[in-house]
Write a protein that binds this ligand. Structure first.
Ligand SMILES: Cc1cc2nc3c(=O)[nH]c(=O)nc-3n(C[C@H](O)[C@H](O)[C@H](O)COP(=O)(O)OP(=O)(O)OC[C@H]3O[C@@H](n4cnc5c(N)ncnc54)[C@H](O)[C@@H]3O)c2cc1C
Length: 569
């Protein structure tokens, strides 16, 4: 039996609403906050002062008068309201706070920036159950959006009306760390290395369970047009039930981390891109530091490098711990923190945890963020060195805590002839941050991939040797305080907007599908739809959606907004 509403081995944050119908203190559902992209947060409880006790007879009379007025208005409304014929027997009921039903579940993404409540969350255990589920829901025209581990920062897999998740089909459905194969392929996710394409390009064939055409198998030999479209299908063309991927053996890698600066990077960029299997830059705003991380297979002849780090981890972190202690003094919360038993010992936590704690003190103060960024540059300078390990351990990266992110992909020439637009982009971005005094935390992560032949990939290109750069800007959400999260969210969208206005069109940059957000403003949305049409085959995508999923049961609000279906397609 497929399991509805039981989630195992998945990272999605799923909460049952165990509300007590008698409890008036049950918190109301989260409300959209007032920002252009309206993500959802838990609302903050309001503190109300107690109702004052009337002190004089005149005040008592006034309150009796108000009460009588309210009762009169209520009765008048009830008896004069034009009920439909079949509702005449209904009695008026006193208002009661309606608790959320038992079977309503809250599903949120990893960053806690998007959330839906649903009654329908299905987890088939094999392909037969999946096929039955898709068929039955198509007949009922009931939505079941495929969702993976919910890691996409924009919650692209979420749908209030219903979801299907393949976490229990992992016997034939391997998972790469936390992401599911379906999720990572469908958004065209990527690693780094100018010779390495995004992951969708490694897909050789796929089995799609579709609402209208049942289960279909596609490859470049069988239906190439649909194959290249559906590899980055954003979950809208079918439930990906099986994937054949090109792989390489797990290998031992040497990771080399060192600090550089833009002047030297400019001299060495071409070499760094072409001589390293994996390379990425971490740019630190308000500093000239560029952290370069390269990863290459261990040399068969030389073996792993012999290297003794200059600093221990404790030494590399000490100045960050000192900055935290100093900042606690500055913000005058030292006493409260030191008496809090739940506070972890700062000598035990990692750099990214310390950064989160530091940022939480004053996340939107430019000066405070600048200090943290400088401390980060020093941390990396003291952490230079090598690490050797298996590829799946070494290539992972501690991205820090919950965060808003906007990542753009744009052409960067070819390996033989890099355009250097990628470095120019970063220079312009850093100048913008400084000019606008944006409290931009570190890092601005810059990576590269080869092109993809998937037509919906932001790195799609017909030229085999094209390379693309991917640049991510972030703001962390190091707090559960709803007001503070809202302020960070607003600042982040301001930062993103400035970046968009200054850079996106100039560099033909398009956002990662897992990171694009749907604007609330009608005109801004229309401009985005137009922009997407210029880069992606939106008509072909919509045509395929109509053929494979005519009732749009695999869709969600985001797909409908980004790719509106007109009468003609
Ligand atoms: C800490 C962190 C680090 C990250 N690092 C990277 C990175 O290095 N590079 C990068 O590119 N991205 C990165 N991401 C983004 C993330 O890896 C991708 O969004 C990933 O695809 C999410 O996989 P998921 O299983 O969680 O899919 P979800 O987010 O649940 O879904 C993603 C999309 O896939 C569809 N989908 C899921 N399963 C199926 C299926 N079986 N059939 C059809 N459609 C399906 C959904 O409908 C949705 O459109 C990161 C995210 C986080 C939180």
């Amino acid at each position: 039996m497929s399991r509805a509403l039981s989630l195992r081995r998945s990272l999605l944050h799923l909460h049952h609403h165990r509300t007590n119908p008698l409890s008036p203190t049950t918190p109301p559902p989260p409300k959209p906050i007032q920002n252009p992209f309206a993500p959802l947060y838990p609302t903050r409880k309001f503190c109300t002062s107690p109702t004052p006790i009337p002190s004089t007879n005149s005040e008592v009379r006034k309150y009796i008068g108000y009460t009588a007025l309210v009762i009169f208005c209520g009765a008048a409304t009830y008896y004069s309201f034009p009920f439909p014929g079949n509702a005449k027997h209904k009695k008026a009921q006193l208002f009661r706070y309606a608790p959320l039903p038992e079977d309503l579940h809250t599903v949120s993404n990893w960053s806690g920036t998007h959330e839906v409540q649903t009654r329908n969350f299905y987890q088939p255990e094999n392909i037969e159950q999946l096929e039955k589920l898709v068929k039955e829901n198509n007949e009922k025209k009931a939505r079941i959006r495929p969702v993976g581990s919910g890691l996409s920062p924009n919650g692209i897999g979420l749908a209030r009306s219903g979801m299907v998740n393949l976490a229990l089909m992992d016997k034939n459905f391997a998972s790469i760390r936390e992401q599911q194969i379906g999720g990572i392929v469908q958004v065209g996710a990527h690693g780094t290395g100018a010779r390495l394409p995004p992951i969708d390009e490694q897909v050789v064939s796929m089995k799609l369970v579709t609402p209208a055409k049942g289960t279909i198998e596609i490859s470049k030999e069988k239906d190439p047009e649909l194959f290249y479209l559906a590899r980055v299908g954003l979950g809208g063309l079918g439930v990906v039930a099986e994937v054949t991927l090109q792989c390489v053996e797990r290998q031992e890698l040497v990771e080399h981390t060192f600090i550089s600066n833009m002047k030297d990077i400019k001299k060495n960029h071409k070499k760094l891109l072409s001589e390293n299997k994996h390379v990425k830059y971490l740019h630190i705003p308000y500093t000239d530091a560029v952290v370069v991380v390269t990863c290459n297979p261990v040399s068969k002849w030389k073996g792993p490098p012999k290297y003794k780090p200059k600093y221990t981890t404790n030494e590399a972190l000490q100045h960050v711990r000192d900055l935290y202690k100093e900042s606690l003094e500055t913000y005058r919360i030292a006493a409260a923190k030191s008496s809090d038993d739940n506070e972890p010992d700062i000598n035990e936590i990692s750099f990214t945890e310390l950064r989160d704690k530091l940022l939480a003190l004053d996340p939107l103060s430019r000066d405070h963020v600048v200090k943290i960024n400088r401390a980060e540059a020093e941390f990396w300078a003291k952490s230079e060195g090598y690490r050797v390990g298996w590829s799946d351990e070494i290539l992972g990266f501690d991205c820090g805590g919950q965060q808003w992110v906007s990542e753009n992909c744009f052409p960067a020439g070819t390996l033989a002839k890099p355009s250097l637009k990628d470095l120019e982009f970063i220079e312009k971005l850093k100048q913008l941050i400084e000019k606008e005094e944006i409290p931009a935390p570190s890092p601005i992560e810059q990576r590269w991939t080869a092109r993809s032949q998937s037509s919906m990939s932001p790195a799609s290109s017909s030229a085999e040797d094209d390379i693309f750069s991917w640049v991510g800007i972030i703001m962390y959400l190091p707090t559960t305080d709803a007001r503070q999260r809202k302020e960070i969210t607003e600042e982040f969208f301001h930062y993103r907007h400035l970046t968009q206005a200054e850079l996106w069109d100039k560099y033909s940059a398009y956002e990662h599908w897992a990171k694009i957000e749907v604007p609330k403003d009608k005109d801004v949305l229309a401009a985005l739809q137009e922009r997407l049409r210029r880069r992606f085959p939106v008509d072909a995508y919509n045509k395929a959606r109509k053929e494979l999923d005519p009732n749009r049961i695999l869709s969600n609000n985001m797909l409908e907004k980004l790719f509106p279906l007109s009468e003609t397609n």
